[in-house]
Design a protein around this ligand. Structure first.
Ligand code: FO1
Length: 320
């Protein structure tokens, strides 16, 4: 039985997922992860956001780089480059073991959620980590350089092409994971936390699945989102750049508008306290807290804050 559901993308989301895992009892936390970034590369199935969450929850993540494992070595990449293989996407030697094993289990017929559970258990993670769906959803970024697969846009082209929009291919027919939908409908659920992941690139693919969007909109437990924009800027990644390219002013108001009808509360950073008055009629409750997670203490403090905020919203009128 899940008491808390977290919806998470990559780096920023995984940090808060780790904070939540530190303050919520193991079996009471379900972390549902974006799979729109997944792709086939060198014959392997790579699931970057699942891995960012697994490594962060296991305490194995590389904090400085933001993705992959710490204490990594790069012999495979060096050998690949020497053989003139595709070396634009960095796969560390330790990280490679995850991709090889996952790809093998998927080829044997295991579902992505079953493989993710196996990896989580092997890494000593007690919280439930689930892909948002076992069906493929692929984020396509529509740019001035053409329609690009997510990793082509994000890594190979370093988010440089101007963005015009997104397609979440497969999302319309993908079935959100049944255990995630059941958790969202469970009367015992106390809070849903949308982690500070990119609302378009990381949370967007989840919300593009009609059943998941509907379950969130009608969730009896409070849904609280943590803004990934602080002082008009994304702490990591291209969220502010692509907001400008989409014609939006990077800031808390655009985040509130994006999540309107889905969230009961928006947690914004102390830096943006001056926005509170303007957000008074944004359709949800808004609270300020330090949201920048620079260490384990800050991750836990933000997790506590998000859960306290959700608790304060329990039984209130709900989403506008
Ligand atoms: N991000 C990069 O910017 N460059 C890379 O070479 C890269 C490799 C990589 C390998 C495994 C993995 O799990 C993640 C990796 N990432 C890399 C991060 C990833 O592509 C993005 O951060 C996420 O997809 C966005 O959430």
């Amino acid at each position: 039985m899940s008491r808390v559901v977290a919806l998470s993308g990559g780096v920023g989301g995984a940090k808060l997922a780790a904070g939540l895992a530190a303050v919520v009892a193991d079996e009471e936390l379900l972390v549902a992860v974006n799979t729109g970034d997944d792709f086939e590369h060198l014959g392997l199935t790579i699931c970057p956001d699942i891995d960012s969450n697994l490594y962060a929850l296991a305490g194995l993540n590389d904090v400085a780089r933001g993705w992959g494992r710490r204490d990594e070595s790069w012999n495979f990449m060096q050998a690949l480059a020497q053989l003139r293989g595709e070396d634009w996407f960095q796969l560390g030697d330790r990280d490679l073991a995850t991709h090889v094993l996952r790809s093998q289990r998927l080829r044997q017929g295991a579902s992505l959620s079953a493989v993710t559970t196996e990896l989580a258990r092997a890494l000593g993670i007690a919280a439930r980590v689930l892909p948002m769906s076992d069906d493929p959803v692929r984020t396509i970024v529509d740019t001035e350089a053409g329609r690009l697969c997510f990793q082509d846009y994000f890594v190979r082209r370093r988010c440089e092409p101007r963005v015009r929009g997104f397609d979440y291919e497969g999302a319309g027919r993908a079935r959100a994971h049944p255990d995630l939908l059941a958790a969202l409908r469970d009367p015992a659920l106390e809070a849903v936390v949308i982690c500070p992941s990119n609302p378009w690139l990381s949370v967007g693919p989840m919300l593009a699945m009609p059943a998941l969007r509907d379950a969130l909109a009608h969730c009896a437990a409070p849904v609280v989102a943590v803004s990934p924009i602080v002082g008009g800027r994304a702490l990591k990644g291209p969220a502010d750049k692509l907001m400008r390219e989409l014609g939006l002013k990077p800031g808390t108001a655009a985040i509130a508008a994006h999540y309107q009808g889905l969230v009961d509360g928006l947690l914004i950073d102390e830096t943006d306290r001056a926005d509170l008055a303007a957000l008074a009629h944004c359709g949800c409750a808004v609270r300020c807290a330090p949201t920048v997670m620079s260490d384990a203490g800050a991750r836990m403090a933000l997790a506590h804050e998000a859960l306290r905020f959700a608790a304060s919203l329990r039984g209130t009128a709900g989403k506008a």
